[in-house]
Design a binder for this molecule. Sequence first.
Ligand code: AQP
Length: 341
Amino acid sequence: MSDAAPRTPRVFSGIQPSGNLTLGNYLGALRRFVESQERGVDSVYCVVDMHAITVWQEPEKLRGTIRELAAAFIASGIDPERSILFNQSQVSGHAELAWIFNCVARIGWMYRMTQFKDKAGKNTENSSLGLLAYPSLMAADILLYHATHVPVGEDQKQHIELTRDIAAKFNHDYGVDFFPMPEPVIEGTATRVMSLRDGTKKMSKSDPSDQSRINMTDDADTIAAKIRKARTDPEPLPETWEGLAERPEARNLVNIYAALSGETREAVMAQFAGKAFSVFKPALAEVVVARLAPISGRMRDLLADPAEIDRILGRGAERAAEIADPILARAKEIVGFVQSR
Ligand code: AQP
Protein backbone atom coordinates (compact mmCIF):
# COMPACT_ATOMS: atom_id res chain seq x y z
CA MET A 1 0.00 0.00 0.00
CA SER A 2 1.68 3.18 -1.22
CA ASP A 3 1.39 6.29 0.94
CA ALA A 4 0.78 8.60 -2.00
CA ALA A 5 -2.95 9.27 -2.19
CA PRO A 6 -4.27 7.51 -5.31
CA ARG A 7 -5.62 9.54 -8.19
CA THR A 8 -8.19 6.92 -9.30
CA PRO A 9 -11.67 8.34 -8.76
CA ARG A 10 -13.81 6.33 -6.37
CA VAL A 11 -17.25 7.26 -5.09
CA PHE A 12 -18.45 6.41 -1.58
CA SER A 13 -21.77 7.35 -0.05
CA GLY A 14 -24.14 6.00 2.57
CA ILE A 15 -27.68 6.32 3.87
CA GLN A 16 -28.89 5.58 7.39
CA PRO A 17 -31.53 2.88 7.85
CA SER A 18 -33.30 5.12 10.33
CA GLY A 19 -36.89 4.91 9.13
CA ASN A 20 -39.00 5.85 6.16
CA LEU A 21 -36.93 6.77 3.15
CA THR A 22 -38.09 10.09 1.76
CA LEU A 23 -38.27 11.78 -1.59
CA GLY A 24 -35.35 13.89 -0.24
CA ASN A 25 -33.20 10.77 0.14
CA TYR A 26 -34.20 9.73 -3.39
CA LEU A 27 -33.47 13.07 -5.09
CA GLY A 28 -30.52 14.14 -2.94
CA ALA A 29 -28.83 10.74 -2.82
CA LEU A 30 -30.17 7.54 -4.47
CA ARG A 31 -30.91 9.00 -7.88
CA ARG A 32 -27.48 10.57 -8.02
CA PHE A 33 -25.77 7.34 -6.93
CA VAL A 34 -27.34 5.65 -9.95
CA GLU A 35 -26.11 8.44 -12.24
CA SER A 36 -22.57 7.97 -10.98
CA GLN A 37 -22.80 4.18 -11.44
CA GLU A 38 -24.02 4.80 -15.01
CA ARG A 39 -20.98 7.01 -15.67
CA GLY A 40 -18.87 3.93 -14.92
CA VAL A 41 -17.18 5.33 -11.79
CA ASP A 42 -15.95 2.78 -9.23
CA SER A 43 -18.75 3.12 -6.62
CA VAL A 44 -19.18 1.88 -3.04
CA TYR A 45 -22.63 2.34 -1.43
CA CYS A 46 -23.34 1.61 2.17
CA VAL A 47 -26.35 1.11 4.42
CA VAL A 48 -24.85 2.89 7.44
CA ASP A 49 -26.47 0.89 10.23
CA MET A 50 -23.81 1.92 12.78
CA HIS A 51 -24.74 5.57 12.24
CA ALA A 52 -28.42 4.70 12.71
CA ILE A 53 -27.91 3.49 16.30
CA THR A 54 -26.52 6.88 17.38
CA VAL A 55 -30.20 7.40 18.22
CA TRP A 56 -32.28 4.52 19.65
CA GLN A 57 -33.47 1.88 17.15
CA GLU A 58 -35.65 -1.11 18.03
CA PRO A 59 -33.49 -4.13 17.02
CA GLU A 60 -36.23 -6.01 15.15
CA LYS A 61 -37.32 -2.87 13.33
CA LEU A 62 -33.70 -2.02 12.46
CA ARG A 63 -33.22 -5.41 10.76
CA GLY A 64 -36.27 -4.56 8.64
CA THR A 65 -35.15 -1.03 7.73
CA ILE A 66 -31.67 -2.25 6.75
CA ARG A 67 -33.25 -4.69 4.28
CA GLU A 68 -35.74 -2.06 3.12
CA LEU A 69 -32.96 0.43 2.41
CA ALA A 70 -30.94 -2.20 0.53
CA ALA A 71 -34.08 -2.91 -1.54
CA ALA A 72 -34.47 0.84 -2.20
CA PHE A 73 -30.90 1.07 -3.53
CA ILE A 74 -31.52 -1.81 -5.92
CA ALA A 75 -35.03 -0.69 -6.92
CA SER A 76 -33.68 2.81 -7.69
CA GLY A 77 -31.17 1.30 -10.11
CA ILE A 78 -28.05 0.32 -8.15
CA ASP A 79 -26.75 -2.92 -9.64
CA PRO A 80 -24.99 -4.85 -6.85
CA GLU A 81 -22.71 -6.46 -9.42
CA ARG A 82 -21.46 -3.19 -10.91
CA SER A 83 -21.43 -1.18 -7.67
CA ILE A 84 -20.56 -2.46 -4.20
CA LEU A 85 -23.62 -2.47 -1.90
CA PHE A 86 -23.34 -3.59 1.74
CA ASN A 87 -24.20 -2.70 5.31
CA GLN A 88 -21.52 -0.98 7.35
CA SER A 89 -21.53 -3.25 10.43
CA GLN A 90 -20.39 -6.21 8.29
CA VAL A 91 -17.02 -4.56 7.59
CA SER A 92 -15.31 -4.04 10.94
CA GLY A 93 -12.71 -1.68 9.45
CA HIS A 94 -15.25 1.18 9.69
CA ALA A 95 -15.26 0.97 13.49
CA GLU A 96 -11.50 0.41 13.74
CA LEU A 97 -10.57 3.39 11.57
CA ALA A 98 -13.22 5.52 13.31
CA TRP A 99 -11.44 4.87 16.63
CA ILE A 100 -8.14 6.05 15.18
CA PHE A 101 -9.93 9.16 13.87
CA ASN A 102 -11.54 9.74 17.29
CA CYS A 103 -7.99 10.19 18.51
CA VAL A 104 -7.05 12.52 15.62
CA ALA A 105 -10.17 14.75 15.61
CA ARG A 106 -10.77 17.31 18.38
CA ILE A 107 -13.89 17.37 20.55
CA GLY A 108 -14.50 21.05 19.65
CA TRP A 109 -14.80 20.09 15.95
CA MET A 110 -17.65 17.74 16.83
CA TYR A 111 -19.55 20.26 18.98
CA ARG A 112 -19.58 22.66 16.03
CA MET A 113 -21.47 20.28 13.72
CA THR A 114 -24.94 21.57 12.82
CA GLN A 115 -26.38 18.05 12.66
CA PHE A 116 -25.23 17.34 16.23
CA LYS A 117 -26.78 20.59 17.45
CA ASP A 118 -30.04 19.84 15.60
CA LYS A 119 -30.31 16.23 16.73
CA ALA A 120 -29.06 16.64 20.29
CA GLY A 121 -31.28 19.70 20.79
CA LYS A 122 -31.05 21.35 24.20
CA ASN A 123 -30.12 18.15 25.97
CA THR A 124 -26.57 17.56 24.67
CA GLU A 125 -25.42 15.93 27.93
CA ASN A 126 -28.00 13.21 27.51
CA SER A 127 -27.39 12.37 23.83
CA SER A 128 -25.28 9.34 22.97
CA LEU A 129 -21.51 9.70 22.69
CA GLY A 130 -21.95 8.11 19.26
CA LEU A 131 -24.08 11.04 18.09
CA LEU A 132 -21.24 13.42 18.93
CA ALA A 133 -18.61 11.19 17.29
CA TYR A 134 -20.80 10.49 14.21
CA PRO A 135 -18.66 12.66 11.83
CA SER A 136 -15.53 10.75 12.78
CA LEU A 137 -17.21 7.45 11.80
CA MET A 138 -18.37 9.11 8.59
CA ALA A 139 -14.79 10.16 7.84
CA ALA A 140 -13.73 6.54 8.39
CA ASP A 141 -16.49 5.31 6.02
CA ILE A 142 -15.14 7.47 3.23
CA LEU A 143 -11.39 7.25 3.85
CA LEU A 144 -11.39 3.47 4.45
CA TYR A 145 -11.91 3.18 0.68
CA HIS A 146 -9.65 6.12 -0.26
CA ALA A 147 -12.78 7.56 -1.85
CA THR A 148 -12.28 10.77 -3.81
CA HIS A 149 -15.91 11.83 -4.39
CA VAL A 150 -18.91 11.77 -2.07
CA PRO A 151 -22.34 12.50 -3.60
CA VAL A 152 -24.52 13.93 -0.83
CA GLY A 153 -27.31 16.41 -0.20
CA GLU A 154 -26.37 19.90 0.97
CA ASP A 155 -26.98 19.01 4.63
CA GLN A 156 -23.92 16.74 4.62
CA LYS A 157 -21.43 19.28 3.24
CA GLN A 158 -20.14 20.22 6.70
CA HIS A 159 -19.38 16.56 7.47
CA ILE A 160 -17.34 16.16 4.28
CA GLU A 161 -15.36 19.28 5.17
CA LEU A 162 -14.66 17.71 8.55
CA THR A 163 -13.57 14.49 6.80
CA ARG A 164 -11.02 16.56 4.89
CA ASP A 165 -9.82 18.15 8.15
CA ILE A 166 -9.38 14.71 9.71
CA ALA A 167 -7.53 13.36 6.65
CA ALA A 168 -5.27 16.43 6.61
CA LYS A 169 -4.51 16.23 10.35
CA PHE A 170 -3.77 12.48 10.15
CA ASN A 171 -1.43 13.03 7.18
CA HIS A 172 0.24 15.98 8.94
CA ASP A 173 0.59 14.38 12.40
CA TYR A 174 2.11 11.18 11.00
CA GLY A 175 4.08 12.88 8.21
CA VAL A 176 2.46 10.88 5.41
CA ASP A 177 0.41 11.55 2.28
CA PHE A 178 -1.85 8.57 2.88
CA PHE A 179 -5.48 9.73 2.92
CA PRO A 180 -6.89 11.63 -0.09
CA MET A 181 -8.96 14.83 0.32
CA PRO A 182 -12.44 13.74 -0.74
CA GLU A 183 -14.70 16.18 -2.58
CA PRO A 184 -18.40 16.55 -1.81
CA VAL A 185 -20.47 16.26 -5.00
CA ILE A 186 -23.53 18.43 -4.50
CA GLU A 187 -25.20 19.14 -7.80
CA GLY A 188 -28.57 19.07 -9.54
CA THR A 189 -31.88 20.77 -8.86
CA ALA A 190 -32.84 18.99 -5.64
CA THR A 191 -29.85 18.96 -3.34
CA ARG A 192 -32.15 20.14 -0.54
CA VAL A 193 -35.76 18.98 -0.59
CA MET A 194 -37.76 20.79 2.08
CA SER A 195 -40.54 19.69 4.43
CA LEU A 196 -44.09 19.88 3.05
CA ARG A 197 -45.17 21.58 6.30
CA ASP A 198 -42.35 24.13 6.58
CA GLY A 199 -40.37 25.26 3.55
CA THR A 200 -37.43 26.34 5.70
CA LYS A 201 -36.84 22.85 7.19
CA LYS A 202 -35.32 19.89 5.35
CA MET A 203 -37.58 16.94 4.52
CA SER A 204 -36.41 14.26 6.93
CA LYS A 205 -37.12 10.60 7.77
CA SER A 206 -37.13 11.36 11.46
CA ASP A 207 -39.58 14.31 11.39
CA PRO A 208 -42.38 13.34 13.79
CA SER A 209 -45.01 14.46 11.24
CA ASP A 210 -45.57 11.97 8.41
CA GLN A 211 -47.37 14.78 6.54
CA SER A 212 -44.05 16.64 6.29
CA ARG A 213 -42.55 14.12 3.89
CA ILE A 214 -43.25 11.88 0.92
CA ASN A 215 -42.05 8.39 1.74
CA MET A 216 -40.68 6.29 -1.09
CA THR A 217 -43.23 3.60 -0.21
CA ASP A 218 -46.31 5.89 -0.02
CA ASP A 219 -49.12 4.81 -2.37
CA ALA A 220 -50.59 7.11 -5.03
CA ASP A 221 -53.54 8.26 -2.89
CA THR A 222 -51.31 9.09 0.07
CA ILE A 223 -48.91 11.05 -2.14
CA ALA A 224 -51.78 13.01 -3.73
CA ALA A 225 -53.30 13.77 -0.29
CA LYS A 226 -49.96 14.91 1.18
CA ILE A 227 -49.30 17.21 -1.78
CA ARG A 228 -52.88 18.57 -1.63
CA LYS A 229 -52.38 19.43 2.04
CA ALA A 230 -48.81 20.73 1.60
CA ARG A 231 -48.43 24.22 3.00
CA THR A 232 -48.43 26.97 0.34
CA ASP A 233 -49.52 30.60 0.08
CA PRO A 234 -52.63 32.08 -1.57
CA GLU A 235 -50.79 33.67 -4.53
CA PRO A 236 -50.75 32.03 -7.98
CA LEU A 237 -47.37 30.95 -9.38
CA PRO A 238 -45.29 33.82 -10.81
CA GLU A 239 -43.62 33.82 -14.22
CA THR A 240 -40.04 33.42 -13.07
CA TRP A 241 -38.05 31.34 -10.56
CA GLU A 242 -36.77 34.59 -9.00
CA GLY A 243 -40.38 35.49 -8.24
CA LEU A 244 -40.38 32.63 -5.69
CA ALA A 245 -37.45 34.01 -3.69
CA GLU A 246 -39.59 34.84 -0.63
CA ARG A 247 -41.96 31.86 -1.00
CA PRO A 248 -40.05 28.82 0.36
CA GLU A 249 -42.96 26.35 0.23
CA ALA A 250 -43.90 27.19 -3.37
CA ARG A 251 -40.23 27.15 -4.33
CA ASN A 252 -39.82 23.68 -2.87
CA LEU A 253 -42.79 22.25 -4.79
CA VAL A 254 -41.58 23.72 -8.10
CA ASN A 255 -38.10 22.40 -7.39
CA ILE A 256 -39.46 18.87 -6.80
CA TYR A 257 -41.47 19.07 -10.04
CA ALA A 258 -38.38 20.16 -12.01
CA ALA A 259 -36.14 17.50 -10.46
CA LEU A 260 -38.58 14.67 -11.19
CA SER A 261 -39.77 15.76 -14.63
CA GLY A 262 -36.23 16.50 -15.83
CA GLU A 263 -37.36 19.99 -16.94
CA THR A 264 -35.54 23.16 -15.94
CA ARG A 265 -37.08 25.34 -13.21
CA GLU A 266 -37.59 28.07 -15.81
CA ALA A 267 -39.53 25.69 -18.09
CA VAL A 268 -41.75 24.66 -15.16
CA MET A 269 -42.36 28.32 -14.29
CA ALA A 270 -43.26 29.10 -17.89
CA GLN A 271 -45.70 26.17 -17.99
CA PHE A 272 -47.51 27.11 -14.75
CA ALA A 273 -47.17 30.93 -14.74
CA GLY A 274 -50.33 32.55 -13.32
CA LYS A 275 -51.82 29.14 -12.33
CA ALA A 276 -53.21 28.48 -8.84
CA PHE A 277 -51.91 25.68 -6.60
CA SER A 278 -55.21 23.86 -7.24
CA VAL A 279 -53.86 23.32 -10.77
CA PHE A 280 -50.18 22.84 -9.96
CA LYS A 281 -50.56 20.39 -7.06
CA PRO A 282 -52.40 17.61 -8.98
CA ALA A 283 -49.82 17.91 -11.79
CA LEU A 284 -47.04 17.59 -9.22
CA ALA A 285 -48.71 14.57 -7.62
CA GLU A 286 -48.86 12.89 -11.01
CA VAL A 287 -45.12 13.43 -11.63
CA VAL A 288 -44.20 12.14 -8.14
CA VAL A 289 -46.39 9.02 -8.44
CA ALA A 290 -45.10 8.26 -11.95
CA ARG A 291 -41.53 8.24 -10.63
CA LEU A 292 -41.98 6.54 -7.27
CA ALA A 293 -44.61 3.87 -8.06
CA PRO A 294 -42.31 1.60 -10.13
CA ILE A 295 -39.58 1.91 -7.48
CA SER A 296 -41.84 1.04 -4.55
CA GLY A 297 -43.33 -1.87 -6.56
CA ARG A 298 -39.87 -3.27 -7.17
CA MET A 299 -38.98 -2.75 -3.49
CA ARG A 300 -42.00 -4.83 -2.46
CA ASP A 301 -40.93 -7.65 -4.82
CA LEU A 302 -37.38 -7.61 -3.45
CA LEU A 303 -38.54 -7.57 0.17
CA ALA A 304 -40.55 -10.72 -0.42
CA ASP A 305 -37.18 -12.55 -0.41
CA PRO A 306 -35.15 -11.18 2.56
CA ALA A 307 -32.62 -14.05 2.32
CA GLU A 308 -31.64 -12.84 -1.15
CA ILE A 309 -31.16 -9.28 0.16
CA ASP A 310 -28.96 -10.64 2.97
CA ARG A 311 -26.94 -12.61 0.41
CA ILE A 312 -26.40 -9.46 -1.70
CA LEU A 313 -25.31 -7.46 1.39
CA GLY A 314 -22.96 -10.24 2.51
CA ARG A 315 -21.34 -10.51 -0.91
CA GLY A 316 -21.04 -6.69 -1.07
CA ALA A 317 -19.36 -6.68 2.36
CA GLU A 318 -16.78 -9.22 1.16
CA ARG A 319 -15.96 -7.06 -1.85
CA ALA A 320 -15.83 -3.92 0.32
CA ALA A 321 -13.46 -5.61 2.78
CA GLU A 322 -11.09 -6.53 -0.07
CA ILE A 323 -10.58 -2.80 -0.68
CA ALA A 324 -10.69 -1.75 2.98
CA ASP A 325 -8.40 -4.34 4.60
CA PRO A 326 -5.06 -3.23 3.09
CA ILE A 327 -5.90 0.45 3.68
CA LEU A 328 -6.73 -0.24 7.34
CA ALA A 329 -3.63 -2.38 7.79
CA ARG A 330 -1.42 0.43 6.47
CA ALA A 331 -3.21 3.02 8.65
CA LYS A 332 -2.50 0.85 11.73
CA GLU A 333 1.12 0.49 10.70
CA ILE A 334 1.45 4.29 10.27
CA VAL A 335 -0.02 4.80 13.77
CA GLY A 336 2.53 2.39 15.22
CA PHE A 337 0.40 -0.62 16.11
CA VAL A 338 2.12 -4.02 16.12
CA GLN A 339 0.24 -6.47 13.92
CA SER A 340 1.62 -9.97 14.23
CA ARG A 341 -1.23 -12.21 13.18
N1 AQP B 1 -34.31 16.63 2.29
C1 AQP B 1 -33.24 16.21 1.63
N2 AQP B 1 -32.90 16.78 0.44
C2 AQP B 1 -31.81 16.34 -0.26
N3 AQP B 1 -31.02 15.33 0.18
C3 AQP B 1 -31.31 14.75 1.35
N4 AQP B 1 -30.74 13.74 2.05
C4 AQP B 1 -31.45 13.52 3.19
N5 AQP B 1 -32.49 14.36 3.25
C5 AQP B 1 -32.44 15.15 2.13
C6 AQP B 1 -29.55 13.04 1.62
O1 AQP B 1 -29.78 11.65 1.77
C7 AQP B 1 -28.55 11.01 2.12
C8 AQP B 1 -28.76 10.09 3.26
O2 AQP B 1 -29.07 10.79 4.43
P1 AQP B 1 -29.06 10.01 5.80
O3 AQP B 1 -30.23 9.17 5.92
O4 AQP B 1 -27.79 9.30 6.01
O5 AQP B 1 -29.05 11.14 6.86
P2 AQP B 1 -29.74 12.50 6.89
O6 AQP B 1 -29.06 13.45 5.98
O7 AQP B 1 -29.75 12.88 8.33
O8 AQP B 1 -31.21 12.21 6.31
P3 AQP B 1 -32.56 12.28 7.02
O9 AQP B 1 -33.61 11.84 6.07
O10 AQP B 1 -32.76 13.63 7.64
O11 AQP B 1 -32.44 11.17 8.13
P4 AQP B 1 -32.63 11.29 9.65
O12 AQP B 1 -33.99 11.91 9.81
O13 AQP B 1 -32.56 9.87 10.12
O14 AQP B 1 -31.54 12.14 10.16
C9 AQP B 1 -27.53 12.11 2.39
O15 AQP B 1 -26.71 12.24 1.24
C10 AQP B 1 -28.37 13.32 2.56
O16 AQP B 1 -27.69 14.50 2.16
